[in-house]
Design a protein around this ligand. Structure first.
Ligand code: SAM
Length: 280
């Protein structure tokens, strides 16, 4: 079973979001015979099981909540964590840019709190696989719990290992690194990825990005891309539509590249890099 229920009504065992509309939201697993409790009052799960999604329910104190299914972004924000986790804005873009699809084999490091691992595991589906490396046992244990909470653990192999020892796998479709020094592992990435596969990583500073670019060029990766995703929310007042006052200005730089078989003619000679006006 996966975390999303395609039915129109809430069932025993489903993940549900109790949306407080102006006060805190809660994500719970519906379980017959148990009770949701918060400072806004209690609601027996049996009163919610069987209701159509989108129904308003009241606590015993009369506080209203909407009974909804959480989105993946809701789950990410609520992910219990002991490490920095990837933001939904970065995860969304990297999933499509890396071509993550059902049935593929994805390798990642480090696992951290497992937020990205959950996202990969959701998308590769029951026919795909995620292999996730982490150096620290405590982080791996938390990631395991987070995967179990979403019923995704059976798609993921968690490996407790520093990737300075390399990867066991070969011919993976996709490899993503969220570690502070990915430039040290690009040779290992090459060996683990199938030729033409997809590589990506995320880094907070440009100094680290430069080191990665040097190693990618040295190791026959092509189509190098560096970008950052800026997301700005708007206040949803039709008569006063304008951006919110604060935004998350920086999370990290995303780097993408494709490993190829050693070319006969070096890639830079085939297609010299275009000079842009900004370089002048
Ligand atoms: N992407 C993760 C998420 O969304 O929850 C967060 C990853 S966290 C920022 C970085 C993790 O990489 C840490 O848990 C750290 O222990 C692990 N790490 C750092 N260097 C590593 C290495 N060489 N091998 C394996 N894991 C490593």
């Amino acid at each position: 079973m996966n975390w999303y229920n395609t039915d129109t009504h809430a069932k025993d065992g489903d993940l549900a979001q109790l949306a407080g509309m102006g006060h805190k939201n809660f994500i719970i697993r519906l379980k017959a015979g148990t009770v949701f409790q918060s400072h806004k009052g209690i609601i027996p799960h049996d009163e919610m099981i069987g209701l159509p999604w989108g129904t308003q329910v009241l606590s015993h104190k009369g506080s209203p909540f909407y009974l909804l299914q959480p989105s993946f972004a809701d789950l990410l924000i609520e992910t219990p964590r002991t490490t920095q986790i990837l933001y939904p804005k970065d995860i969304g873009f990297l999933m499509v840019n890396l071509g993550v699809m059902p049935g593929l084999h994805v390798i990642e490091a480090g696992t951290g709190s497992g937020a990205l691992t959950c996202a990969f595991a959701s998308i590769v589906g029951s026919t795909g696989k995620v292999t996730s490396y982490e150096a620290k046992p405590d982080f791996q244990n938390l990631a395991r719990k987070n995967l179990e909470r979403l019923d995704l653990l059976d798609r993921v192999e968690l490996k407790l290992r520093n990737i300075s020892e390399g990867f066991d796998e070969t011919n993976a479709d996709i490899l993503f690194l969220d570690v502070p020094d990915p430039h040290n592992y690009i040779e290992y990435v090459r060996k683990a990825l199938k030729p033409g596969g997809f590589f990506g990583c995320i880094l907070p500073t440009t100094n680290q990005v430069s080191l990665v670019l040097i190693e990618l060029k040295r190791n026959d990766f092509i189509f190098l891309e560096v970008c950052e995703i800026m997301l700005r929310y708007y206040k949803t007042e039709p008569a006063r539509l304008r951006p919110v006052d604060r935004m998350v200005a920086h999370t990290g730089y995303l780097i993408f590249a494709r490993p190829v078989i050693k070319p006969i003619v070096p890639f830079d000679e085939l297609r010299p890099e275009e000079e842009s006006e900004n370089d002048l």
